[in-house]
Design a protein around this ligand. Sequence first.
Ligand code: FES
Length: 153
Amino acid sequence: MEKVVGVLQKYGCAKENLIQIMLELQKLSGNNCLPKDWVAKVAETLELPLSKVYGVITFYSMFHTEPTGKYFIEVCKSGPCHIAGAENVLHMLEKELGIKPGETTPDGCFTLTKSSCFGACDIAPAIKIGEKVFGNLTKDKLKEIISSCREGL
Ligand code: FES
C-alpha cells in the first residue's frame, strides 16, 4: 500500500488527477492491472465513491482490472482498419501467438484484444502495443514486431 500512498501524495491527493494516479499505479503494479485494494484506497483517499472510480477505469481501455501479458496488443477493428484488413491481422496474430482475443499467452508475454480507433487510420491496418502504434501491417512486419517483443522479454 506504500506505493499507492506515494503516488497519491505525488499528485496532491487531488480528484482531478485520478487518471494520472491510476495510470501510474497500473505501471507500478508489475502486471499491468489495478488491484482491487489499490482502487479502494484511491477512492477512499480522494473521497470518491468506489463506483465512480470503477466507472472511470472501465470507461478507458488503457486500464485493466485483471493481470495482462507484458505486451498488451490491441487490434483496431474500426472502419478504416477493417477495410484495410484488420481481420487478417487478427487471424495472423491469433495464429502466431496461439491465443484468441481476451486471452493471454501461457508465458504471460502477450495479451490480445480488439479495440476501436486509436487515431492511426492513416496507416491502417494498425495495432497498438502498450503506447506504441504500428501500422501498414503485413504478415512479415507482424512477425518482426512479435519477435522483437519476444527478444525484449
Ligand atoms: S480506424 Fe484503426 S486506427 Fe483508426
